[in-house]
Design a protein around this ligand. Structure first.
Ligand code: CO
Length: 460
């Protein structure tokens, strides 16, 4: 029996526990060790890392990737990609998506995990196609949620579609950490029954305390790869611990391919860093504890704290209970979207508005209107017909893929940023995060000038 591991400390653990603020210099000394651990892959890029590099860390995300690759030549480097949204929330034209995927692979990525918040496969098709064309592994990810329309049969159909697209692995992505052990067992078994050859990956979070049990049941049901984080960066809103699951599964007779001595070295490197981030306030102790509210209210933890903050701002915290009752109703009206960013915020805000205004849908946010129009993709279930009529009037919803309504964007972005971009990678940074990238380019230019001045002085 075999099970492999994807280490998330550089991406999801970093993102979930400390808003992706870990600078390259902090993990650079351990990269060669990470390369020897025997992971299936090292998740190190994509998600929020890109934005964080430009916005907060003054790092070129592409250069970060190349530097990781140089020190980890034997380990698959993995990134998370939000399909047609790339690393953000808006839809990009196909030429931009293709260029982004191509350049990610050229700069060192081996595995791209691709998902769509609504599980609308039209929104991942182009990214999957380009990944395969460039010789990397396309991993299709299911945004996991429960609802009357999210049946095992539907999930298996989704996997089949991803397989037909060319995805060579499937990831069950439980972003809220709400998947229970029995749900994992049933879903993994259903996929394996239908497609025994398809490698299945489990991605979950410890938020509600389910993760270790869920991972164990998934592995017992035939799950091939699990996402974990080195122990000092595990737990809470992060993944379960690599060493713990390695020891537990090895004890049960599974081969992990991991080198336990190397795993300890990895953890020894990150431990003092974790303590430093805690005392600097970058890592909040609250992120490290178990919080079962997501199970009680069936909404992700991040969405709850967002709602509490909104209600507090409006001095209406007393309406919280009412808003929590309103959430499932709004979600039903929307056709049961998975409550993942940005849909979690959209549904949460609309529920709060409905409760505060005292009349349902008297005010409808522009994001919810766009969703109802079909700009985010196809809703998993039926959108409430009255609501749809109220938003659309006599207009028809968009039934085509939203990106089909967009014009090519790469050359346009290139012209816009002009000389400030020194490469195609720079142009992509600019297209993905215009203000942050432009500010970064300016700072980089300034730094280069100063270094130049300094080196001339040195020669004198
Ligand atoms: Co995650």
């Amino acid at each position: 029996m075999k099970v492999q591991f994807t280490e998330t400390v550089l991406r999801d653990a970093n993102q979930s526990l400390m808003a992706t603020r870990m600078p390259f210099s902090d993990f650079e000394p351990i990269l060669e060790t990470l390369n020897k651990a025997g992971y299936y892959s090292l998740e190190c890029w994509g998600g929020a890392t890109f934005d964080s590099c430009l916005r907060y860390l003054d790092e070129d995300p592409w250069e970060r990737l190349r530097k990781i690759k140089a020190k980890c030549p034997d380990t698959r480097l993995q990134m998370l990609l939000r399909g047609q949204n790339l690393l953000g929330y808006k839809h990009y034209p196909d030429d931009v998506v293709r260029m982004f995927v191509k350049k990610s692979i050229e700069n060192g990525i081996d595995v791209i995990r691709i998902f769509d918040a609504l599980n609308d496969t039209r929104n991942i098709r182009v990214a999957v196609d380009e990944t395969i064309k460039n010789g990397a592994v396309a991993s299709g990810a299911i945004s996991y949620t429960t609802s009357p329309v999210h049946t095992l049969k539907k999930y298996v159909e989704l996997v089949r579609e991803m397989k037909e697209m060319g995805c060579s692995t499937i990831c069950i992505k439980d972003m809220a950490g709400v998947m229970t052990p029995i749900e994992a067992k049933e879903l993994v078994s259903a996929i394996k029954d239908a497609m025994p050859e398809m490698p299945v990956i489990l991605h979950t979070h410890c938020t509600t305390g389910m993760a270790y049990m869920t991972a164990l049941k998934a592995v017992e049901a035939g799950c091939d790869i699990i996402d974990t984080a080195t122990s000092c960066f595990s737990g809470g809103t992060s993944q379960p611990a690599t060493e713990t699951l390695h020891d537990a599964l090895t004890g049960l007779g599974y081969e992990t391919g991991l080198d336990r001595t190397v795993l300890k070295k990895v953890n020894d490197h990150f431990k003092p860093l974790r303590d430093g981030y805690l005392s600097a306030g970058l890592l909040k102790p609250k992120a490290l504890v178990t919080d079962t509210d997501a199970l009680t209210y069936k909404v992700p933890g991040g969405m709850l704290s967002n709602m509490i903050a909104n209600l507090e701002d409006m001095h209406a915290l007393g309406k919280m209970e009412e808003a929590l009752i309103e959430i499932p109703r709004v979600r039903e009206d929307m056709g049961y979207p998975p409550l993942v960013t940005p849909l979690s915020q959209m549904v949460g805000n609309q529920a709060v508005t409905n409760v505060l205004v005292g009349e349902r849908y008297k005010n409808i946010s522009k994001e919810i209107k766009a969703y109802i129009k079909g700009e985010y993709g196809k809703a998993p279930g039926e959108i409430n017909a009255d609501l749809q009529k109220r938003v659309l009037g006599d207009d028809e919803p968009i039934t085509c893929r939203f990106a089909d309504t967009l014009e090519d964007g790469f050359e346009k972005g290139k012209a816009e940023i002009g000389e400030k971009a020194k490469s195609d990678e720079d142009v992509l940074s600019y297209i993905a995060f215009p203000q942050q990238a432009e500010a970064f380019f300016e700072k980089r230019e300034e730094k280069a000038k100063n270094t130049f001045k300094y080196s001339i002085k040195r020669i004198d």
